[in-house]
Design a binder for this molecule. Structure first.
Ligand SMILES: Cc1cc2nc3c(=O)[nH]c(=O)nc-3n(C[C@H](O)[C@H](O)[C@H](O)COP(=O)(O)O)c2cc1C
Length: 417
């Protein structure tokens, strides 16, 4: 019987990577603890801080972004530029905390401190009312401080670590804005190369004419005291096939990506690949034909599936879109009420943005990078980057071997001696 080549044994964990964030919007800062990263991963602070900066930018952001210049302090898990295999802890200061010290103090304070920044009239669309009912409080500050999208700063820091892991394995993650209200990219599926200049566009759009129309729409909304939503897309290149699984519902990668993107503040719909067009396009035009030639190897005629079939990566670019609603805090507020007296009131206003779709795209990148890094570790395993990269190389050799054989060899039982 033919000898099976030695394949590294992978460590299969139910949750290879995980992270937890803590911190309030106007508290001292945000903390994220990332667990499960292999030892020996190079940590480039410029990548983490660069992603934090991109999250703060984008046409349509408000005053706070000018106060905050986020940078992450690494407080555990990294030594001399490399991960140790222990939990990595990052902390990001809230620079405007100085003027909120007594309001956000963990220690009891005079009533005046609580009243000074009280938010009394819940904003439709924000977590204010739902949170007040959940925690039985009419002090909406207790709700919004954590419900605020300031928390996404910590996610972006965690996502930057995932991005570094993916990059070490030859995988790159980008995002771009497809739509802001009525202004949209004409051809939704912009190729990877069209995204080269996205960071130079104030709305992070790969199509100059659409970008100009998006900025005009934001200007108009700002003038009217209104807000706008839109659609961003995350695109991932270089992923190996076979990540995720159809064996159980909770291991399907499309489902895991959807959950992660849907969990971003203001995201109300998620699509993979051509998404909603699946409901209106016949199968003959929707499905991506399977082709093979010497120049390109195994490839597809199109990528409407967004790189995922059966909840498993198929080797094509992964494309995931998120639809962000218009943000709830409006300069021209909607009707609300005083929770105590039930008297009608205009919803409270807290310093706010007009449009956050470009920033939401950066958060989308972080969440997608996180889920894919988790799926990669699940597939490959390894306590150190040396092992991870060995396992990746072995897997690549197996795919190549399978495709090059005239009759592919199926997975076989390992002989027991
Ligand atoms: C990057 C980012 C920044 C946001 N900034 C604001 C903001 O300034 N004002 C606001 O009302 N909502 C903002 N939001 C949206 C709210 O956080 C979100 O609507 C709210 O938490 C309720 O959650 P939901 O929309 O998912 O239901 C932002 C969202 C993101 C992704």
């Amino acid at each position: 019987m033919e000898e099976a080549p030695a394949t590294p044994r992978c460590k299969v964990l139910p949750v290879p990577l995980r992270f937890l964030t803590a911190g309030e919007s106007h508290g001292p800062g945000l903390t994220v603890v990332v667990d499960g990263l292999p030892a020996g991963l190079g940590i480039d602070r410029a990548v983490i801080d660069g992603d934090l900066r991109r999250r703060q930018g984008g046409y349509g952001r408000g005053g706070r972004m000018k106060i905050e210049t986020d940078t992450a302090d690494i407080t555990a898990g990294v030594r001399h530029g490399l991960t140790l295999g222990s939990p990595v802890s990052l902390s990001i200061k809230n620079r405007d905390h100085e003027s909120w010290k007594d309001v956000m103090s963990p220690d009891p304070q005079p009533d005046e401190a609580r009243a000074r920044r009280a938010l009394k009239y819940p904003r439709p669309g924000h977590a204010d009312l739902a949170g007040a009912l959940k925690y039985l409080t009419s002090d909406l500050r207790n709700v919004l401080e954590r419900a605020s999208a300031r928390e996404t700063t910590a996610r972006v820091a965690a996502g930057a670590l995932a991005r570094l892991l993916l990059r070490a394995c030859g995988v790159e993650v980008r995002s771009h804005v497809l739509r802001i209200a009525g202004a949209a990219v004409a051809d939704g599926a912009l190729p990877w190369e069209a995204l080269d200049g996205v960071e130079e566009s104030p709305v992070r759009c790969g199509d100059a004419a659409a970008g100009t129309a998006m900025m005009a729409a934001i200007d108009e909304a700002k003038k009217a005291g209104d807000s706008l939503g839109g659609v961003f897309e995350v695109v991932v290149r270089g992923l190996p096939p076979g990540l995720g699984s159809f064996a159980q519902w909770d291991r399907r990668l499309d489902g895991r990506l959807a959950q992660a993107v849907m969990s971003i503040h203001s995201v109300k719909a998620v699509a993979v690949g051509a998404g909603f067009a699946a409901g209106t396009t016949p199968g003959s035009a929707f499905h991506d034909e399977i082709l093979f030639d010497d120049a390109h190897g195994l490839h597809r005629g199109s990528n409407h599936a967004g790189g995922l079939e059966g909840g498993v990566t198929n080797g094509e670019e992964v494309r995931v879109q998120g639809v962000a609603k218009p943000i709830p805090t409006l300069v021209t507020p909607l009707r609300s009420l005083d929770l105590r007296s039930k008297e009608p009131q205009s919803a409270s206003f807290e310093r706010s943005d007009t449009c956050v779709v470009p920033a939401a795209g950066v958060v989308g990148e972080a969440m997608v990078a996180w889920v894919l890094a988790d799926a990669l570790m699940e597939k490959l395993g390894g306590d150190s980057m040396t092992e991870v990269l060995d396992h990746l190389e072995a897997s690549r050799a197996r795919w190549k071997e399978m495709l090059e054989r005239p009759a592919p060899r199926d997975a076989r039982p390992v002989p027991v001696d």
